[in-house]
Structure formats: C-alpha cells, structure tokens
Design a protein around this ligand. Structure first.
Ligand code: ADP
Length: 321
C-alpha cells in the first residue's frame, strides 16, 4: 500500500489525480499571441502523484518518445517551477499519455504544461490562482518554443475562447464562445514553432496594422455578441498568415473551398501545420473535413482530421484519490 500522509501544503501524498488536457488553437487567425480556444478533441491524459523526494519522475505512455528528463519535458519544467515555489519540500511522479502530436500546432506542449500545473494544484488543495497556474505553465512554453506565450496555455486551463490582453502584467479575459463546430486537419509534415516564428517580419506596415486591429476587435465583438457573420468576416490575417501559409501545402485551396462550402472562416492553428475552420452546423463541418481529406490525398500528404467543438472546460480532473 502506498504511504498516505499530509504534505506541508495540506495535500495528501500517496493519492493521485488523472487529468484530461485539451488541444488548443492559438492565434485564431488575426490574434497572433493573444487569442486562443480549447477543443473538445483531441486531448492528452496525465496522471500525477506527490512524492517525498524533491524530484520529477516522468513516464511516457505513448509512442512519441518525448524526453523523460524533467528539464527537457515541458511537464517536468512546470512541475520543477511549482516545487521551487514550495521550497522543494516534495516532488512529483507523472505519467503522460499524449494524443496530441507534438509539433502539430494544436498545443501539444501547452496541454502538458497546463495539465501539469492544474494537476499539481489539485494535489496541493488548489493553493494557486488561475494566473499563477498560467505563469507556471508558461515556463513549459518557453522550453518548447523559446518564448513565454500564453495563447495556448490559457484556454487549455480555462476552456472556451480567451484573450491575453497583456503578459506583463498578466491580464486574461475570458470571452463568450458560441456553440460552433471546428474542423481540423493535421497534415503529417513538420513545422517547428521556433522556425515558424523566425520567418516572421519584425516590422508591420501601419495600413496592415489598422486592418488587423479592425479584425481582432471584430472577432472579439463577434464572440461576445455570438454574431457568427461578424466572426466570419473578422477571421482574416494580413500580417502572419501570408508569410506562414507558404510552409503549408494546400493551405489556400483548403481555405477557399471550405468557405465556399459554408465555413465561417479559419486559418493556421497556432504555428501550423494544422489548419482549422469554424462552422455553424455539424453537416458543414463534415463537408469541410471531406474537402481537407481530398486536398491532402491529392497532394500525397498523410493527414489526420477532427470534427469537434469548442471545449467549454479546460484541463479536467477525470479521476482522483
Ligand atoms: P505544439 O504547437 O504542438 O505544442 P511545439 O512545437 O510548440 O508544438 O512543441 C513541441 C516541442 O516541445 C517538441 O520539440 C517537443 O519535443 C517538445 N516537448 C517537450 N516536452 C513535451 C511534452 N510534454 N509535450 C509536447 N511537446 C513536448
């Protein structure tokens, strides 16, 4: 039988928590680094236990071969930062079952980072605030992409659609999310977040910035008012997408044909290569899936598709003892 005793923080050692960590779509086309949404599918599973020794032991239960060295795995980095905050009085054992492929642009690293922060907080009797969890989890994003960004982390923790108005100081705004369907295609090609960031221009023309401001404001207003036409009109990116989309074969054709089929709009998920489209009806979302399948089949590129919804809940405790 495992040892059960009170931790200094009031948590109980020997117990465990099992969490479900959703995939996320960052940027939402025009909101580079500031907007994101959680998806009902796919999701990772993570099991966490408190242990006496101040170290992080990682086991991977999937085929992705991610590092088990705590300093090289985003979940490990996040847990080490939680431990440091608590004066290294204990450690964690973590089991990761990854279903969101790393490097997909669907927030695979954020799922591990946010999942680790939320699960640790559960074991520590919820001592940390939402903002503190985002801060811990951003340490994982720094490891994965070199930059502390919260546009995947925040919706992964809180669910729905989120706006990061500012990182310093952290200012998170939860937006309304109408019940929309999301079609996602993940072509099995590699686009590294760090590479997708490097190719971006560092300067923006004022006329482009004005268009982008209009679209971001329109998109936020569209979500708040549940105005799906406004959401559709605002899903336009004149700054990042024209540069990044060249890394994704078939992108323009998918976007054009999906909109012709009735999708509200969409674009690159995070830094790609996944592409997402928002639809009002499930039947349209399925038509869009067919279009995506046909295009990548013609291109001879393997792919995976999902027809899902916006997840109203973020990292979810599915079992605990
Ligand atoms: P995504 O947008 O799908 O999260 P990223 O490129 O941002 O993709 O992150 C994936 C990178 O992070 C890969 O280099 C991967 O090896 C690294 N990584 C380290 N730990 C994890 C983890 N627990 N989950 C996912 N990726 C991880």
């Amino acid at each position: 039988m495992s040892e059960v005793k009170s931790s200094p923080s009031g948590g109980v050692r020997g117990g465990f928590v099992l969490v479900q960590c959703p995939a996320t779509v960052a940027n939402l086309v025009c909101g580079f680094d500031i907007l994101g949404m959680a998806l009902a599918e796919p999701y990772d599973i993570m099991k966490l236990k408190l242990i006496d020794e101040p170290k992080v032991i990682i086991t991977n239960k999937d085929a992705y071969n991610l590092p088990t060295d705590a300093e090289k795995n985003v979940a490990g980095v996040v847990l080490l930062s939680v431990m440091e905050k608590m004066n290294n009085q204990f450690g964690f054992e973590v089991e990761i079952t990854k279903q969101i492929k790393p490097g997909s642009g669907l927030g695979s690293s954020a799922a591990s980072a946010a999942g680790a922060a939320v699960a640790a907080n559960h074991l520590l009797n919820h001592i940390f605030s939402r903002e503190e969890l985002v801060q811990f989890a951003m340490n994982g994003e720094k490891l994965a992409s070199g930059v502390k960004h919260a546009d995947n982390i925040t919706p992964c923790i809180t669910g729905g659609v989120t706006l990061i108005r500012s990182i310093h100081p952290l200012d998170i705004v939860q937006l309304h999310s109408p019940p929309l369907f999301v079609t996602v295609v993940h072509p099995q090609i590699e686009v590294k977040t760090s590479d997708a960031r490097q190719i971006l221009r560092k300067e923006v023309l004022l006329k482009d910035a004005i268009k982008q401001w209009g679209n971001i404001a329109g998109l936020v207003a569209g979500f708040e008012k549940a105005d799906t036409d406004l959401i559709g009109r605002s899903l336009e990116d004149v700054i990042i997408e024209p540069v990044r989309s060249i890394l994704i074969p078939g992108f323009d054709e998918i976007k054009t044909k999906s909109k012709e089929a009735g999708a509200l709009g969409g674009g690159i998920s995070g830094s790609g290569p996944s592409i997402f489209m928002l639809c009002k009806e499930e039947a349209t979302a399925k038509k869009v899936e067919q279009i995506m399948q046909e295009i990548f089949t013609q291109l001879g590129i393997d792919f995976k598709t999902y027809v899902t919804t916006i997840a109203q809940e973020g990292v979810k405790v599915v079992n605990a003892k």
